[in-house]
Unconditional design. Structure first.
Lengths: 526, 341
């Protein structure tokens, strides 16, 4: 399966994307070089290593717990007779739409000292203090709740894409259920888990909202503090480069877990429905587990927001304004999703079908933007936009460009794992019948990876909906989205005001999320 | 072949659409056919949008505003450099204005002289618009004003163990620490920070959360700015069990901080920008801040909230904004004492 050379169009677009994602790195290098010796003394303090240690611990534990939550959730909702399976499979991925700054506020309100839980327990049990939520436990909870769907989503898709015949063969060869899972199923799920875990790890690195509200000092928080308190963009850039180094290490580790096995089916025919595992008396604990996750990640935030909403005085005017912001949000997020998905296709095709050192490197560096705090990417593009691309500065073009740089890996990961399940034999057949590589791509490959493209675009859409720093700095002046209006209300301490756009954001994002999950499900089961 | 065409045309359509949309929408907004004043505001939209609208209506000058935090706006202006589309930078605190001072133009005397010298930039590049006093808030169900010590220093006493709330990452708090360094010196400031730290204060993200926590009895005293309380009194009634206490002895615990505004050197709307600053300093503008945001006016003759202590009664220290510029020193002190990361 050695394809000589990628078509020029593919190669050119990939080059363009590579330059785009490297812009922020160039900016960081430029700024950090302006920091001078002060940077070294800042970096080599004991405290820097403390923060580094704390960041790495959070990344490891959040990723680990997300894997532990996602694997059973995915299995239960796809392959067992769990009651209301379809509903659970949608509800468990929905927390992805909740912005981390919202979950941060909610957790403080619910579980903080004098929070809702303590107030509720104070009456009957006279409970004065809850275990401390600030610091590691709170940050772990908040980040995990918004990040685990990054693993669950590809994992669900991957389980749906499994060929049940492989399992049947294993069973017929005398392997038990557990043995079959361990030796046949699990290895096939590895790419999805690794891709998802990578996103969770990088997301944890860059999250600001949750860790700052729950007061866990990570590297990203330290970077924000540089901007906030000493207005020092050079030192902030220096610290951001450390984050890049951590991201590169994580990317390398994930790369090492990738083997060379083939994941595509032997034949292209649609698979049969797999046999559903009967849960028996295990159905109750299984239901309880799903319900617990949904309760924490979805019911708790939505009900607290609704409570704020009901308590707050909201006029019809406020609702109308919010409707306008919702349209703006949906509009830019739609554009970002489309542009990013197109960019992701060329990266994924190049990486999977034309493997070379360059294509591999390219696929890896698209992840850098995702590991950096939004403010860093936004300022990098402010710098390039204002000084070297003035006509598009503070226009939707540059804003959508920024979203693409930030969220490209989400789409790349999704398209890539979809492409891995497509047999190259089909493309070879098309080529042998006289189609050019681009024609083959359009007629054979794209239709087959459509679920992956849609899932990737959907992910980008959802994360763009909640994106804040780039939207604040790079949008056309006067542009307001749901995320900026949540920010503007909470920055003035007005939760009731923030609750309206927050609830609208969650509801609006739930629709494409539900459609994606249900659609994907149908495609996989037919 | 049918599919082939479909995908090509869809992709093409999307690209064209993106470019079109990008090219049309903002172009109409950024090429000022008529005079349009561009403001970067580090102050919240709900706080300042009404007065900006009023300016626009009164003068007929079109205004567009970009909102963000003061630090984000300052960083943006720095990155934009000489290509900044901004005419006016309206900042929450002098620190943000100081960070971009080299890009601001000297203001005319006619603007600067409207406010007392301590409320404006020593270099004449920005002018104070509204004042905020640092206060101690206390829970009136647990404490009386008489129980509170004369000086902010005295909160280092171990009897305040577990009773204090503060927000060390908040800009106004850090400005107070800067004032301490100016008035007390590094060593005494370090001792104060360590003293409070050893009383295990509860850390909050901002001033609103401090007032909420004091109201809920989570802590008994806190160190915010004065005006947060008045929003609570308006929304929850005067029975809300929190009041402000201006430390009797004065000193850094009662320092007055200002929000301010400056004009970019690169602004092509100098005239409109100056009219805007004059409007904010006019009785109309100042009355707006006094009655809507409960801040202190920076000019004489404005009516303030019934429960707001008159500026003349606060023993605020005489301290020049030039001395308040060393935020880096404050940050490294806060880091060294392990109070911020």
């Amino acid at each position: 399966m050695n394809y000589a050379r990628p078509p020029a169009a593919l190669w050119l677009s990939a080059m363009f994307i590579a330059i785009a994602v490297l812009l922020p790195l160039g900016y960081l290098a430029l700024r950090a070089s302006g920091a001078g010796s002060e940077l070294w003394s800042l970096l080599f303090r004991l405290r820097t290593f403390e923060i580094l240690g704390r960041t790495i611990i959070l990344v490891i534990v959040v990723t680990g717990i997300s894997l532990v939550i996602s694997l059973p959730l995915a299995w239960l909702t796809q392959r067992t007779d769990l009651p209301w399976r379809r509903m659970w499979s949608v509800l468990t991925v929905l927390p992805l739409v909740i912005p981390s700054y919202v979950i941060g506020f909610v957790i403080v309100a619910a579980l903080g000292p004098r929070g809702i839980l303590q107030q509720a327990l104070a009456g009957p049990f006279g409970l004065e203090r809850l275990p401390e939520i600030y610091g590691f436990p709170g940050a772990l909870l908040a980040v995990t709740l918004v990040a685990y769907p990054y693993i669950l989503l590809p994992l669900q898709a991957s389980i749906r894409g499994l060929d049940p015949r492989l399992e049947e063969v294993a069973r017929s060869l005398g392997h038990g259920q557990w043995d079959t899972f361990r030796r046949v199923v699990f290895p096939q799920l590895r790419p999805a888990m690794a891709a998802g875990a990578l996103l969770v790890a990088l997301y944890t690195l860059r999250d600001f909202g949750a860790v700052s509200l729950l007061r866990y000092e990570t590297f990203t928080w330290a970077i924000y503090l540089q901007y906030q308190t000493s207005f020092d963009r050079n030192l902030a850039a220096g610290l951001s480069l450390v984050l890049v180094v951590i991201a590169v290490v994580i990317l390398f580790l994930e790369f090492r877990t990738r083997g060379k096995p083939h994941y595509h089916r032997a034949a292209a025919s649609a698979s049969r429905s797999p046999a559903y595992v009967k849960l028996g008396r295990w159905r109750w604990p299984a239901l309880g587990f799903c319900a617990l996750v949904v309760l924490m990640a979805l019911v708790m935030p939505v009900s607290i927001l609704s409570y704020w909403l009901a308590r707050g005085f909201s006029t019809g005017e406020a609702l109308w304004r919010t409707a306008g912001y919702a349209l703006n949000s949906a509009y830019v997020s739609g554009l970002a999703a489309a542009v990013t998905a197109i960019a992701a296709i060329s990266i994924a095709v190049l990486d999977v079908r034309y493997p070379s050192l360059f294509s591999r490197l390219l696929e890896r560096i698209t992840y850098i933007g995702f590991a950096l705090p939004g403010i860093v990417i936004a300022l990098a593009l402010v710098f390039f936009g204002a000084n070297y691309a003035t006509p598009i500065y503070q226009t939707l073009v540059l804003l959508v460009f920024a979203y693409a740089v930030l969220f490209l890996p989400q789409a790349v990961g999704s398209v890539r794992s979809s492409l891995l399940q497509v047999s190259p034999r089909l493309e070879e057949a098309a080529r042998s019948l006289g189609r050019t590589p681009l024609q083959t791509l359009a007629a054979i490959t794209l239709p087959l990876v459509r679920p992956g493209i849609l899932a990737g675009a959907g992910l980008v859409f959802l994360t763009t909906m909640k994106e804040l720093p780039a939207t604040l700095l790079l949008s056309p002046i006067g542009f307001k989205s749901l995320a900026t209006s949540i920010w503007s209300a909470t920055s003035e301490g007005s939760f009731a005001e923030a609750a309206i756009p927050a609830v609208v954001l969650i509801l609006l994002s739930s629709v494409p999320m539900a459609v994606l999950t249900i659609r994907g499900k149908r495609n996989g089961n037919e | 072949m049918h599919r082939n065409k479909w995908i090509y045309s869809l992709t093409g359509l999307l690209l064209v659409l993106t470019l079109l949309v990008g090219a049309c929408t903002p172009a109409a907004e950024t090429t000022p056919k008529e005079q349009t004043l561009t403001i970067y505001s580090g102050r919240g939209e709900s706080l300042v949008a009404p007065i900006i609208d009023q300016f626009s209506k009164t003068t007929g000058i079109k205004v567009q505003v970009r909102y963000g935090s003061t630090s984000e706006m300052a960083a943006t202006i720095l990155e934009e450099g000489r290509n900044s589309p901004a005419d006016v930078f309206f900042a929450q605190d002098p620190g943000g204005l100081g960070a971009v001072e080299s890009l601001l133009m000297p203001l005319p005397e006619s603007i600067l002289n409207q406010v007392p010298p301590k409320f404006r930039s020593p270099a004449g590049t920005w002018v104070g618009i509204s004042g905020r006093a640092r206060v101690v808030v206390y829970n009136t169900q647990k404490l009386k004003e008489a129980d509170l010590p004369d000086d902010i220093w005295d909160f280092t006493d171990s009897k305040w163990q577990g009773r204090i709330g503060w927000a060390p990452t908040n800009g106004s708090f850090q400005a107070m620490v800067t004032a301490m360094r100016v008035l007390w010196g590094e060593e005494k400031t370090r001792q104060w920070l360590k003293g409070i730290q050893s009383n295990n204060p509860k850390v909050y993200p901002g001033n609103t959360q401090i007032v909420t926590a004091v109201g809920a009895g989570e802590v008994e005293v806190g160190f915010p700015n004065h005006y947060y309380l008045y929003t609570f009194l308006r929304d929850k009634g005067e029975s809300f069990p929190v009041r402000n206490y201006y430390v009797r002895a004065g000193g850094p615990g009662a320092v007055i901080l200002v929000s301010g505004a400056g004009i970019l050197q690169t602004s092509k709307n100098q005239d409109a920008a100056q009219r805007f600053l004059n409007f904010l300093l006019s009785p109309v503008g100042q009355q707006y801040f006094a009655s809507q945001t409960f801040e202190y006016p920076v000019i004489e003759g404005i009516i303030t909230h019934r429960l707001l202590a008159p500026l003349a009664d606060i023993k605020s220290p005489e301290i020049s904004m030039a001395d308040m510029a060393d935020l880096k020193g404050t940050l490294s002190l806060l880091r060294e004492t392990g109070i911020v990361p």
